[in-house]
Design a protein around this ligand. Structure first.
Ligand code: AMP
Ligand code: FE
Ligand code: FE
Ligand code: ZN
Length: 297
């Protein structure tokens, strides 16, 4: 029996905090045997054009997406947006505000590190964040690795950069419900990424919370993700089924920036992928915007 198509709907390139160029990512995905890949850099469509060109020659189907940094009732929520018109002005402005917030807190992080006796300069960070639309904590982590302060990103986050650690500085994130509406108005569909996070804690995203988001226009839940325990996956799958939300699965690949997230380690079923594309087609038609097409092979 021939296995069905392998579909991975959440990956990052160097245009955010992955370690591969969009071309390298697309080629790696094709080499890994993936049939469908979504590029979902944080808060930017900056890698789309290069990925489209690479997909055409690599012979892989490409979905243009992004992962938007949102906040909901005090909790960070990452919203995957697929196939929105990247020129829709409210979306452009909202993304710029997030990127600005990410960039502008870097001096604060460097000041905290300085107080800890770690002398990292803006240039040290710039050197490792070359292609990125904005400088995030993963880039600060890479600079710390390059300076020999820590072994890898994981140690940098665990000891210094995550909430509760001495060099953590908060930044702006977009309110979730308005962003779900903005993505829809841009003709795209949205899916909550790794909904319950590493702690497998629902927080405000329990069944009732998802019902509210579905009413606002949410299309799906990323259920199969490395951060979710088997039990959490089953509960999220049940919530999605009850609310008629699309169930996705993906690697959240960051190149060598995140271990345990190899391309295709979690995947989306062809049936759920088809449902997601159907909803995207509807959103595109209703919006009247010039939305990107899936690049087929
Ligand atoms: P920022 O948006 O600048 O606050 O950075 C957040 C990004 O850092 C997330 O999107 C993750 O990709 C990455 N990240 C968060 N926690 C970790 C961790 N423990 N190890 C490696 N990367 C992480
Ligand atoms: Fe990331
Ligand atoms: Fe995320
Ligand atoms: Zn991600």
């Amino acid at each position: 029996m021939r296995p069905g198509p392998i579909i991975d709907l959440h990956t990052h390139s160097r245009v955010s905090d992955g370690t591969q160029s969009p071309t390298e990512l697309v080629q790696a995905a094709a080499a890994a045997g993936l049939d469908v890949l979504a590029l979902t850099d944080h808060d930017t469509s900056g890698g789309w054009d290069e990925a489209v060109s690479a997909a055409a020659s690599a012979g892989i189907e490409l979905v243009r997406g992004m992962e938007i940094s949102c906040r909901h009732r005090g909790r960070d929520v990452h919203l995957l947006a697929y196939l929105p018109d990247p020129a829709y002005e409210p979306l452009v402005n909202a993304l710029q505000k997030i990127l600005d917030g990410r960039n502008s807190r870097v001096p604060g992080i460097l000041a905290r590190l300085h107080e800890l006796g770690i002398a990292l300069t803006p240039d040290d960070v710039r050197r490792v964040s070359g292609d990125a639309a904005a400088v995030g904590r993963p880039h600060v982590a890479d600079a710390l690795v390059a300076a020999g302060v820590v072994r890898d990103r994981e140690q940098a986050f665990d000891e210094l950069l995550r909430p509760g650690r001495p060099a953590y500085v908060d930044r702006y994130a977009a309110p979730l419900e308005p962003m779900i509406r903005t993505v829809m108005e841009a003709g795209g569909v949205s899916v909550v990424a790794h909904a319950w996070g590493r702690a497998n804690d629902p927080g405000p995203l329990d069944a009732a919370g998802f019902a509210e988001l579905a009413a606002v226009g949410l299309s799906g839940i990323e259920v199969d993700h490395e951060d979710h325990e088997p039990g959490a996956r089953e509960q999220l799958r049940a919530i999605a089924r009850d609310l008629d939300l699309v169930v996705t699965g993906s690697s959240d690949h960051h190149g060598t920036g995140k271990t345990g997230h190899a391309l295709g380690c979690n995947t989306t079923s062809p049936e759920e992928y088809a449902r997601l594309l159907e909803r995207a087609a509807t959103a595109a038609a209703v919006s009247g915007r010039a939305t990107p097409e899936v690049v087929t092979r």
